[in-house]
Structure formats: C-alpha cells, structure tokens
Design a protein around this ligand. Sequence first.
Ligand code: BG6
Length: 533
Amino acid sequence: MSIPQTVRATTQILRKGEVDRTPTVIRAKDPMTIVIFGASGDLSKRKLIPALYNLHQNGCLPDKYAVIGLSRTPMSDEAYRQMSIDFMKKEGYEDLDPNHYLFQALHYCPGNNDTPESFQALRKRLEEVEAKRGLPPNRLYYLSVAPHFFSIVVEQLMAARLIHDPKVENTWSRVIIEKPFGTDLESARALNAAITGVLDESQIYRIDHYLGKETVQNIISFRFGNTIFEPTFNNKYVDNVQITVSETLGMEGKRGAYYDTAGAMRDMVQNHMFQVLCLTAMEPPAALDSTSIRDEKVKVLRALEPYNADQVRHNTVRAQYGPKLKNGQTVEPGYLGAEGVDPESTTESFVAMRLFVNNWRWAGVPFFLRHGKRLAKRVTEVAIQFKQPPMHLFKQNDSAELCLLDDRPIQNQLVLRIQPDDGISLSFGCKPPGMQMRLQQVDMDFLYKEAFDLRSPEAYERLILDALRGDASLFTRSDEVEYAWRFIGAILDGWKHSGDKKLPQYEPYGEGPLEARKLMEGSHRRWRLIKDM
Ligand code: BG6
C-alpha cells in the first residue's frame, strides 16, 4: 500500500488546476499516550492501529507519544506489537518495519474493563511508560468495548485518578466512546448522565465514523462554500430527498449475535444516517467550530416530530433478507438462518422511512431514508430531487415524438455520492441532437479520484487526530444523541407494540422489499434504483 507523505488540510480555496503547495500538515502537537480499551478486538486491529500508522506516516502525530493496549488476553508488549503488524499485513500493508516508531511505542497491559485492580495496573503501566518516554500525562482513552462497559470504564478511570480536572491542570484527559450510544432514549440519557457525572462534556468524544468520511464533511463545504446550490435547498425547489445506505454484506464475521439485538435502525439509522440527514438539512452554521455546527444539527433533530403508532405504520417499512436460492436449494442462509440470529427474530435487516423536517426551510418536503444489508450494491448517497418545471412543455403533445424519452417526467437531481466512487453528479434534461424537440436526462459528474491527486484520509484517522487536537466538531454532543433517540425510539416503540410476529422478506442482493414502495404510493416519486446508482 503506498502512502503519501503529507495530508494537506487547508481551508483556502484553490482555483481549478491550481496545485496546493501549502506545506500544512494538520498535526497534534501535545505529546501524549493513547490507551485503547478492547485492544485485541476487531476495530482496534482493523482500524485504530492502521489509522495511527497512517497518521504517523503523514507527520500528524506529535514527536513523542505512546500507545497502551488493554484487553483480557494475557500478552507481552512484544506479542502485541507482532499481532498488530501481522494484522496490518493481512490488510494489505507491505514492508512494515518492526522498528517503526509506532510499533516501538506500542505497549500492552492485560486487564478487565471493570475491576479496580486492572485500573491500578493500568495506572502503574501508564506512569512507567510516560516516565520512560518523557511524556506528560496527556491521555486519550479509546473505549472500543461492549456498550455496557462505557460508563463502568469511565467510572473506573476516575476512581483510579486517571482523569484530570479540565479546569485545573495543564494536561488533558479525553475519552472517545464508540457506538452504539444507548439503545433508546432512556438508556442514552442514563449513559449521558453517568459519563457527564464523571467527565466534563469537553472531555467526551462520542464517535460516529461517518462524520470522519471525507465526502460526508464535503456536504458542508459543498452546501455553504458555493452560491449556486444552497439557495435551492428548500421546499420551494426540492421535491424530495433520498438518503440511501445500501450494503451487500449480511451477517459475515459472526455479527449475527450483536446485530440481532440492534437491527438496522439502531445500527445505522439513528447514528450514521441521521448525521448525514443533519448535514444535508441544517442551516449555515455561524462558524465552523464544534458548537456552531452541533447547534445547527440539533435544530434539525428537534424539528423531527416523533411519530405516533399510526404514523409509524404509515411512514416506516422493515424487513429481513431471505435466503439465496439456486435451483430451489438454499445456497446462502437468509437473515433468520444466520449464525447467532434467533430463527424467530423480528429484528430488521432493512429499514425504509419517510420523515419530515418541520421547519421553515423544509416543511412539506419528504426525506426518504433507506438502509439494508444484502442489497444489490454497496453504495451510500444523498439524492436531492428537485421539483418539476411548473409547466410540462415537453408533455403537451401526446405524439411520441414530442414527449420525453423516459416515461417518467424529468427531474433535476443532485446526487452526493459518499461511497464508493465518491463524487457529485447533477442530472438534468437536455435536447438530444436531431430534428425533434425532445428531452433526455444527462449527467454532469465530478469524481474525487479524478479531480484530486490526493489520498483521502480514513475516517478513523481524521477523528483520532481531531480528538488529539481537542477539536470535537466531528463528534456528537449529548443533546444530538438524545434528540435522535427521541425520534427513532418512538418508531422502535411503534414496532414493538405492532404485534408483528414476522417481517416481510426480501430477495438477497436486490432492491429491498417491495413494501418500501408504499412510502411513495399515490405520488410521482420513485426510489432510485440501487443497482443503477
Ligand atoms: C457500522 C455498522 O457502524 O457501520 C455496520 O455497525 C456497517 O453494520 C458499517 O456495516 C458501515 O460502515 P461503512 O463505513 O462501511 O459504510
């Protein structure tokens, strides 16, 4: 894997063709130690250590730092280093030097997430490592552990005097908390209360890796850095907005047991998709600081009126993928046959919903959100579908020659493609060459990889770097999480009390359940076809 030596992160505007020669590397300056709880877990091995490696390669880490991994498996520092290197090799990293600064800075401390002795041992280990490496006690704790440990770890850290008072001392302690942040409004409130009882909000970094994606951040720059699109982002011009996160993966990697307790709504919609919704719908922030951005996102979430049971029925669809069949034989189990999933489960692997952001800008514009596992294609996008022209000039005459080539009326569409093939495309009607006056839909495409000769940092790189620099703009605030749960929780309640004993099944690797169409019934609207995205 070839990794460029610098990440250029600037806020300046470059003209077309202009080369960015700014030597600016956004860099964490404070020497520090990162403690990873859940060090032998998948996230740590697949994302966190590689993210630190890339950050180091790009010159984004301070001159001096250390990493301490903590998990139950007994292991020496050496074994932890080797495990990290071996795993990165499997992920495609070549020529890894065991003497690289990062690998030499990796240490290991076996321990539990809930026993005071483990935290005493961690404290001892931290002090030893810091003394040996001449590091001040700046500490970033990354909680990559099961959610029921979040508040326990935070309390144990405090009890072991591993958290600094942010107002008194000159050094810092920050805690990154993974998802899911609660499973409903009540549990999210309880978790917020538990951790804010110990930590100051400024020390808490609730991570949502979607916010670290380059193209998700670009929603803000695209909307508020240009004048031609933003004035059309409202109910005067927009007919509907479709946000799709489609995955081909199912329950691979033994995810069934976890997923069956969560489902598509908790796993993806409440967090990642709602963040994308907020950035798409929010008002311009006063500045690009964490408070201003998060204030605007919260306003979007507050404008979502929670649904009652009847509205839940009319505005949401849930389903599970069925088995893949060949000549009548099952060649791949469906959701209910996946390892770890209850065969009678009513947990959804697909969700589609219609919601309204009830504010001046968006009143009356339906937002359609759709997410599922085992669909036709892996793709994430936001499609803004504009209203049709007030008069259908091209449909006035019934003669085939004078109408549209497409049987659907042409709508201008702006698609913000988040992954893969990150980019933006605008489609509009155009007269194809010829004697007839006809309209055909054409696309204008912008692709990141064609426009920029720069590597996009991975989401976790960006977010870890921000946390090291004390910038929480791309992390979620307690009120954001709670407002999101207020809306999603009402839907989950509606489902729970619906009495449904079985969910509709959809064909694997397709467009999702036919039932999702009901959300658009009686209108000219249609879901965009996933296979064509
Ligand atoms: C995770 C979910 O948060 O995001 C997974 O738990 C999902 O179920 C994943 O597959 C999707 O992330 P990405 O970055 O691949 O779109």
